[in-house]
Design a protein around this ligand. Structure first.
Ligand SMILES: NC(=O)c1ccc[n+]([C@@H]2O[C@H](COP(=O)([O-])OP(=O)(O)OC[C@H]3O[C@@H](n4cnc5c(N)ncnc54)[C@H](O)[C@@H]3O)[C@@H](O)[C@H]2O)c1
Length: 265
């Protein structure tokens, strides 16, 4: 069964990693895709893979830290496909810094994308969704899925600015869910430690600060996972498809940990 047949989904930061995996899982579920990323070449490559799955795709190269570009990316979806059913706010950035070494520039860089950028991308998506008809009879008119993090559940040493940005995502999710019910659902996914380029960066920066060999921080993190293996992007797509589907139409304002049991709350 194609759970997202004919839906239009836009995924930010879809040029690689978690965003690319979610975009491809939506394409496999029958959705047409708008692939957006700062990195246009990566976005184009993912859009090719999406088309190879037999659905349509559009590319938008843009920066979600600029609200005008987020509004333009949503407008592109509406121009090309006439509506936007599912928005996945996935684009995110990180820097590993002790709290004392975190500069105003570090703080601003992270919040500009993860919190402020997500907020205005969500606003742009909601504006479009609230003006369109429901996805199908008796259903909401749109679904927003924010990619937070288990780091948003509680403060994290060396990741204080990042954890704060992800706590903001959980809060924005709850506020938006209340403001937009019953017309839209708004939920979040909190991944654990996923083997993507972002974790390669975390491991590189953190291992350097601790003066331990590359790979040490990642291996330590994986050893602490109750499910006893590293998390992959494929571990996240089931929840992403579910939240976008009709099966989750009565779920809103929730943030789900998908992390192999690292955080149980
Ligand atoms: N990897 C993990 O362990 C992990 C854990 C928890 C949460 N997350 C979150 O999941 C999301 C995806 O992470 P990932 O691991 O795939 O990261 P990644 O670094 O591999 O990919 C992020 C993508 O976002 C794009 N991007 C960055 N800044 C952007 C901007 N300003 N505008 C548009 N695109 C931008 C990048 O070009 C890249 O393609 C992020 O929000 C991240 O915080 C990741």
């Amino acid at each position: 069964m194609n759970k997202l047949n004919g839906n239009v989904a836009l995924v930010t930061g879809a040029g690689r990693g978690i965003g690319a995996a979610i975009a491809l899982s939506y394409a496999r579920a029958g959705a047409n895709l708008v692939i957006t990323d700062l990195d246009e070449a990566n976005a184009r490559a993912v859009a090719e893979q999406v088309r190879a799955l037999g659905v349509a795709s559009e590319v938008f190269a843009g920066d979600v830290s600029d609200p005008a570009q987020s509004a333009a990316m949503v407008a592109r979806a509406a121009e090309r496909f006439g509506r936007l059913d599912v928005l996945v706010n996935n684009a995110g950035v990180i820097r590993v810094r002790s709290l004392l070494d975190t500069t105003p520039a570090d703080w601003d860089f992270i919040q500009a994308v993860n919190a402020r950028g997500l907020f205005f991308a969500l606003q742009a998506g909601a504006r479009q969704m609230l003006t369109q008809s429901s996805i199908a009879e008796g259903r909401p008119s749109g679904k927003i899925i924010n990619i937070a993090s288990i780091a948003g559940r509680n403060g994290r040493p060396m990741l204080s600015a990042y954890a704060a940005s992800k706590a903001a995502v959980i809060s924005i999710t709850q506020a938006a869910a209340q403001e937009f019910a019953p017309n839209l659902t708004v939920n979040a996914i909190c991944p654990g430690a996923v083997g993507t380029d972002m974790w390669t960066q975390i491991d590189r920066e953190w291992s350097a600060l601790r003066q331990v060999p590359l790979g040490t921080v990642w291996q330590e993190r994986v050893r602490g996972v109750p499910m006893k293996r590293a998390q992959t992007v494929a571990d996240l797509t089931g929840m992403a498809v579910f939240l976008a589907s009709a099966e989750a139409d009565f779920i809103t304002g929730q943030s789900y940990n998908v992390d192999g049991g690292l955080v149980m709350s």
